[in-house]
Design a binder for this molecule. Structure first.
Ligand SMILES: [Zn+2]
Length: 149
């Protein structure tokens, strides 16, 4: 049985910031009384923040893979895989960035992990914009060449 299924979830004590769980009525670290409803709300936020972090790292890794596929497309025999992977990622990354923004941007959290997650998404966006520009230039150059015959 997972932690989620058992109904016990973790959150940070509003008093001392230690990670504790929702089954407690008192913080074991600072003895602050724990309000059930506030604890559940805090636990929901914690779950969302950790989802946001995982998602953001994933998006950033995918955006980073654009670099790999971009060069893979230039390698003999790997060109097709590289090209398919490259354009697939080029289409996928902005979808994931938008999805992240919709799901997590409004989270009210000053958790440093959440700030890092946001930065990861911004970096992913930066990488994607760079490759969109690069690809546009490449296509423009190719079209110009064709025009000259
Ligand atoms: Zn505490």
């Amino acid at each position: 049985m997972s932690v989620l299924e058992s109904g016990i979830r973790v959150f940070e004590c509003p008093q001392c910031g230690q990670t504790i769980n929702t089954s407690l009525s008192q913080c074991p670290y600072c003895s602050a009384p724990i309000d059930r409803q506030a604890a559940e709300a805090a636990a929901t936020l914690t779950t969302k923040v950790s989802e946001a972090c995982n998602d953001a790292s994933y998006v950033r890794i995918l955006a980073g893979s654009l670099i790999v596929f971009f060069f893979l497309a230039l390698v003999p025999f790997m060109g097709l895989i590289g090209t398919v992977g490259y354009y697939g990622l080029l289409a996928l990354v902005p979808v994931l960035i938008i999805r992240w923004w919709v799901r997590f941007f409004s989270l009210r959290s000053d958790d440093p992990d959440y700030r890092r997650a946001k930065r990861n998404v911004v970096i992913a966006l930066g990488i994607w914009v760079l490759f969109i520009l690069l690809t546009s230039i490449r296509i423009a150059v190719a079209v110009a060449h064709m025009g000259r015959g």
